[in-house]
Design a protein around this ligand. Structure first.
Ligand code: HEM
Length: 91
């Protein structure tokens, strides 16, 4: 299971923490590995970088909505927060 493998505490220190300073950020299973690896991973990375960058740049004060409670991870193949309720300041 990719979702489980990406959170293997024997491989990743504090696997459930979003740590942008990890020494091994490219060593994950999200796009699978080997002959069946995702052929769209380069495009996916590009789109995600652009989308997240634009979200953060355009939505000032982007933050979790405290009224929505703590977001929960779901999904068996891929782990995801759904929904992920956020607030931001009006421009
Ligand atoms: C965040 C976005 C994406 C994730 C997490 C992802 C993840 C994956 C994973 C885990 C596999 C392997 C599935 C398996 O082993 O059964 C896969 C395969 C594949 N992905 Fe993606 N993918 C993403 C985006 C894309 C995009 C944007 C494209 C195309 C433009 C794409 C095209 C493919 C194709 C064609 C395969 C099959 C490769 C093969 O069997 O040789 N994916 N993807």
């Amino acid at each position: 299971m990719i979702a489980s493998g990406n959170r293997d505490e024997a491989r990743y220190e504090r696997p459930d923490v979003v740590d942008l300073e990890r020494p091994n950020p490219r060593q994950h299973l999200t796009f699978s590995v080997g002959i069946g690896a995702c052929v769209g991973s380069g495009l996916a990375r590009l789109v995600l970088q652009e989308a997240v960058g634009q979200l953060v740049a355009r939505l000032g004060g982007l933050r979790l909505d405290p009224a929505a409670g703590t977001p929960e991870l779901g999904g068996s193949m891929f782990r995801q927060y759904s929904p992920l309720n956020v607030l931001f300041d009006a421009a």
